[in-house]
Design a binder for this molecule. Structure first.
Ligand code: PRX
Length: 651
């Protein structure tokens, strides 16, 4: 979390950066921002010229029925996402420019796909999907690691108007099953396996297990990556390379309405069931493209590298759609930062002469811990801009990133946004914003943040509150798949007409926004969103568990880690073996990213008289708090449980 004193140090833009700014420096930004807030539809209509439309005959740029929470941007306008990401660049002389630079887990394995080549692959795979009967509006689930076929699959879906739903490849069979089942996908694209840090990982095994319970999936296309001997079901599973060999080379892009669904991406919320966040076509693409250009101040010819996985929103918006729509060269990395050596990131950055490097604070903290000698082994002078995303970056990590990786010369864009917002909402702009370590600073065009107390009063400068955004913007998620009421209750009914972010925030005296972390039961482990309720539900699938309560604890590298309090059913007693079995159960149910750091067995949990678990108290206990730090515990049904928990705490 950012330091209350605001870390003191300021980094104003240099004159050189101001000259390079795509928005005309601080004055240009101010003028454009004011225009965007005065009349957002007029602003976005002007901006819509950045995309190629088959038809711009929208009824109205923006329509909002506040009561139902339905809103539209550019409805009636027609476009195609793959056309905007590929064809138009090929037609504009970029056929031979690298679209995707792919660097494998093994440094000797690389692949460069030009815009021309990527278009051909996408058209072919779109034809494969069609040959399997996939039609506009059908759901296609994607369970692939960071290989080019992942980007090809997404773009192929958009070419024919199928809705993709990517499931992070390290999620478990159960998590995959839930995500396929919820949106009733017709087809799954997966692989025989993947590579991570030199080791083979099984992916098809998980897919097979999930598919046993997924009757809607009629076809499975399998990319051969590791050559592992995998079970292929007759009549259902076919190999990617066999299908591609047969596929015709040309596939006309489908004319999609701006409001047609583009993709679903599941994310964690405060109940056990993940939310299928739905994004639509026109507004999403427009805002991801523009934010990509402005936040990274992207200039033609530059190599841009975002280290996220396409299994998360960052990869969707800022590895695939934003950069490709802008005609950029995007680097896609299959590996991990510490293989084959601790200098891997810097080896890749030097090898491909990366200009823009965008990563997560957890990676920065890890690099800081392992030491300067690793980046110092490489020439990083090509880097001119650094980015951070996924969690608050503490000022110390920020300063290290700035000095050691950026050589003191590169601005850092600390970008705040979410799966639901689709694109970057609050971030400094290079050549515009005075940087403050740990601060997300300014809203993007068309975005009006508001910090309020629980009673809805607007916070004074410097006062901590909850972060809202006034009114819908083009790349905002339209609904939760199959549960519009949950969408309304989670985001729009907290303060009617305002979007509730779930984050704490503070506006300082300069009007800059500081993000203070989640205020709900969402835990951010290494920048990955994990619902406390999802992990609790996983514990409960073990026969020994009567009750489980999951809370975050601060972690030096991962930002937050998972601490669990477990009560056992009668007939079971605590043991190291049981602890291990419970941890494995969570890994199996949710995936390794949700591995609990600590499991504390207990005989009871602090509850209100109505039976609600008091997580506020558990958070403090897990974090090392003593009885006197816990506030009023007299309203608990059994106040004495608190001392038992403190005594049994595992630090
Ligand atoms: O708590 C905020 C944190 O990540 C949450 C969104 O997670 P997700 O939907 O998985 O998207 C992550 C990548 C965009 C937010 O509610 N978060 C994201 N970026 C920042 C951040 N917290 C502080 N500073 C950021 N720059």
């Amino acid at each position: 979390m950012s330091d209350k004193k605001e870390a003191g140090k300021l980094f104003p833009p240099t004159e050189e950066l101001k000259k390079m700014s795509l928005v005309g420096g601080p004055e240009g930004y101010k003028k454009m921002y004011e225009e965007s807030i005065r009349d957002p539809p007029a602003f976005w209509e002007k901006m819509s010229d950045n995309l190629d439309w088959f038809s711009k005959d929208w009824d109205s740029v923006f329509n909002w029925d506040k009561e139902s929470g339905h809103f539209t941007w550019f409805k009636g306008g027609k476009l195609n996402v793959s056309y905007n990401c590929l064809d138009r660049h090929v037609l504009n002389g970029k056929k031979n420019q690298a679209a995707i630079i792919w660097e494998g887990d093994d440094p000797n394995e690389t692949r460069v796909l030009t815009y021309g080549e990527l278009l051909t692959e996408v058209e072919k795979f779109a034809n494969v999907l069609k040959s399997k009967g996939v039609q506009k509006g059908d759901r296609v689930s994607v369970y692939l690691p960071m290989i080019p076929e992942l980007a090809i699959t997404l773009l192929a879906c958009t070419r024919i108007g199928a809705i993709h739903s990517v499931v992070f490849s390290a999620f478990s069979a159960e998590a995959l099953f839930n995500r396929i089942d919820d949106c009733a996908s017709k087809l799954l694209v997966t692989t025989d396996g993947g590579y991570r840090g030199g080791k083979k990982v099984d992916i098809k095994g998980n897919a097979n297990e999930a598919l046993e319970k997924c009757p809607t999936v009629k076809d499975v296309i399998v990319v051969r990556r590791t050559g592992a001997d995998v079970y292929m079901e007759e009549g259902r599973d076919t190999w990617w390379h066999d299908e591609m060999e047969k596929a015709p080379k040309k596939c006309e892009p489908e004319k999609m309405d701006a409001e047609d669904p583009l993709f679903i991406l599941y994310t964690s919320g405060s109940t056990g069931k993940p939310k299928g966040v739905l994004h639509t076509t026109g507004g999403y693409l427009l805002q991801t493209q523009l934010s990509f250009q402005y936040v990274f101040n992207y200039r033609p010819g530059e190599v841009y590298w975002c280290t996220a996985d396409v299994g998360w929103i960052t990869g969707h918006s800022y590895i695939v759609y934003g950069p490709l729509s802008a005609g950029a060269t995007t680097l896609m990395f299959e590996g991990v930062p510490n293989y084959p050596g601790l200098d891997r990131f810097w080896d890749v950055a030097e090898k491909w002469k990366v200009d823009i490097f965008y990563t997560a604070p957890t990676a920065v903290r890890m690099m800081r811990k392992t030491g300067e000698q690793w980046p110092k082994m490489h020439d990083l002078s090509s880097i001119r801009l650094l980015g951070s995303v996924g969690e608050p970056i503490d000022p110390e990590a920020w300063l290290w990133y700035h000095d050691v990786i950026g050589g003191g010369r590169c601005p850092i864009v600390d970008t705040w946004w979410q799966t639901e917002t689709g694109s970057i909402m609050i971030a400094p702009l290079p050549g515009v914003t005075t940087l403050k370590p740990g601060c997300a600073t300014n809203p993007m065009f068309g975005i009006e943040p508001l910090v309020c107390l629980e009673d809805r009063t607007v916070c004074k400068p410097g006062e901590d509150g909850r972060l809202f955004i006034k009114k819908p913007w083009p790349s905002q998620a339209r609904t939760i798949w199959g549960d519009h009421q949950r969408y309304m209750d989670t985001y729009w009914n907290v303060i009617p007409g305002h979007y509730f972010t779930g984050d704490g925030g503070r506006m300082d005296a300069d009007g800059d926004i500081w993000i203070l972390g989640r205020v709900d039961d969402v835990i951010s482990v290494a920048g990955h969103r994990i619902g406390a309720a999802e992990v609790e539900a996983a514990f409960l699938t073990h026969p020994a568990v009567a009750e489980a309560a999951v809370v975050p604890v601060p972690d030096e590298i991962k930002g937050e880690a998972i601490y669990t309090f477990v009560t056992l059913k009668d007939g079971y007693s605590e043991s190291e073996d049981l602890r291990k079995a419970l941890i494995n159960q969570v890994r199996k149910e949710v995936g390794p990213i949700a591995t609990p750091k600590t499991v504390q067995f207990t005989t009871g949990l602090p509850k209100t008289r109505s039976g609600k678990i008091m997580r506020r108290i558990l958070r403090k206990i897990a974090g090392g708090g003593m009885h006197e730090d816990l506030g009023d515990v007299s309203t608990l049904a059994e106040p004495e449980v608190v001392d038992v928990l403190i005594k049994g705490r595992i630090l």
